[in-house]
Design a protein around this ligand. Structure first.
Ligand code: ATP
Ligand code: MG
Length: 360
């Protein structure tokens, strides 16, 4: 009989498209890990908040949805987005309100090449690409301020206000410096566009260099976002920890995931470092309507996100075991189509479960 150390309450929002498939995979693996390790027990609460339900009911989340989510220790999220609903509707009715209201002001996105897989970059070997992106997750270009005004018939003007507050810049930079400091290379690259954007981005830069004074042991540099795409592609080894705005990091982490092998493997953590509210864990990819329902989605981004959830909940050892199992499975050649293999979502999931049984 195992001694159960922890009881974790998790709210689960599977969402749309492959979101439901990869969430099922994550739940199966998390349950297996609880069974074989005996270290914890899950209480999963499933929320059927999705685009299909929105079309049926007219809402994504009930009025007290955010209050319901606050009762959990963590939130696990699949993906949202449907060809039948404009993306800005689904994003602004579900994922963005959760991130903002639950003060998940950090989006942490590790990227690396998994064993047995390869980068589309010719000369890039495993280990040459090992990055952590710290994405500002509360404001910036996604602050949601602006509007569309019809100034004259046939002449509409849309404005989109990016907001950079000193407090939000300070907290994301401190988190990024702490992350960089915790890694062997102690190296932080800040991404900006202050050559062309002269207010918010200039303040962003200024605060970065102020916070940098608190971390003399961390090596720092600054990259314009356009040049950053080139550096990621041509000199991946020169980067370690990267901090960027909400929009810039959104774009760069898709590129990062593609360079590491597939968008299907990349995890993300939406963190409230104050721990006043539950944090949320989700793969970076979307609902992938083009492959939904076929059972071929790569579950690794979802499984790796689940591992990061375990780590955040304090089960670091089990998180490491899960990541190790994922790597054993990719190395053994059990890979989905996006990684050049032929395995289905279920085959990868079952093989990870078997590997966890072997470890314990
Ligand atoms: P959304 O609007 O929800 O972001 P999208 O189609 O714009 O959806 P993604 O869902 O991220 O963006 O899909 C981009 C591409 O990557 C698609 O071709 C999709 O099939 C592929 N893809 C995304 N996630 C996975 C995955 N887990 N496994 C395999 N392929 C994936
Ligand atoms: Mg997308």
């Amino acid at each position: 009989i195992h001694h159960v150390e922890s009881y974790f309450k998790v709210g689960v929002i599977a969402g749309d498209g492959i979101g439901t498939e990869i969430t099922e995979s994550a739940i199966q693996v998390l349950q297996k890990l609880a069974d074989v390790s005996g270290s914890f027990v899950w209480e999963f609460t499933h929320y059927d908040w999705s685009s299909d339900k929105y079309l049926e009911r007219g809402w994504y989340m009930p009025e007290d949805g955010l209050e319901q989510l606050k009762r959990h220790d963590a939130i696990y999220f699949g993906a949202v987005g449907s060809p039948k609903v404009p993306d800005h509707i689904s994003l602004w009715n579900l994922i963005l309100p959760i991130r903002k209201t639950l003060t998940q002001y950090i989006n942490l996105r590790p990227t690396r090449i998994l064993p047995g897989t390869s980068s589309p970059l010719k000369s890039c070997q495993i280990g040459d690409l090992d990055w952590v992106f710290v994405r500002e997750n509360s404001e910036g270009e996604y602050a949601g301020h602006g509007g569309i005004t019809e100034v004259a018939p046939g002449n509409a003007i849309g404005t989109e206000l990016a907001i950079f507050s000193q407090a939000a810049c300070e907290r994301v930079f401190r988190f990024a410096f702490d992350t960089a400091r915790s890694r062997p290379r102690k190296k932080l690259t800040m991404v900006t566009k202050s050559n062309a954007q002269r207010y918010g981005m200039v303040l962003w830069d200024k605060i970065f260099w102020e916070i940098a004074k608190e971390y003399p042991d961390v090596e720092t540099d600054k990259m314009l976002v356009d040049a950053m795409t080139v550096r990621m592609t041509l000199h991946p080894k020169s980067l370690d920890t990267i901090v960027a705005t909400n929009l810039h990091a959104d774009i760069l982490t898709d590129l990062a995931a593609a360079l590491s092998g597939s968008i299907g493997i990349a995890p993300s953590s939406n963190l409230d470092p104050t721990r006043r509210n539950p944090s949320m864990f989700e793969p970076i990819h979307g609902s992938a309507p083009d492959i939904a329902g076929k059972g071929v989605a790569n579950p690794i981004g979802a499984l790796w996100s689940a591992a990061e959830m375990l780590r955040w909940l304090g089960a670091g050892r089990e998180a490491d075991e899960l990541v190790k199992s994922i790597e054993t499975v990719t190395e053994a050649g059990v890979r989905t189509r996006d990684l050049g293999g032929v395995a289905t979502t279920k085959e990868v999931t079952d093989t990870v479960c078997k590997e966890l049984e072997n470890i314990y």
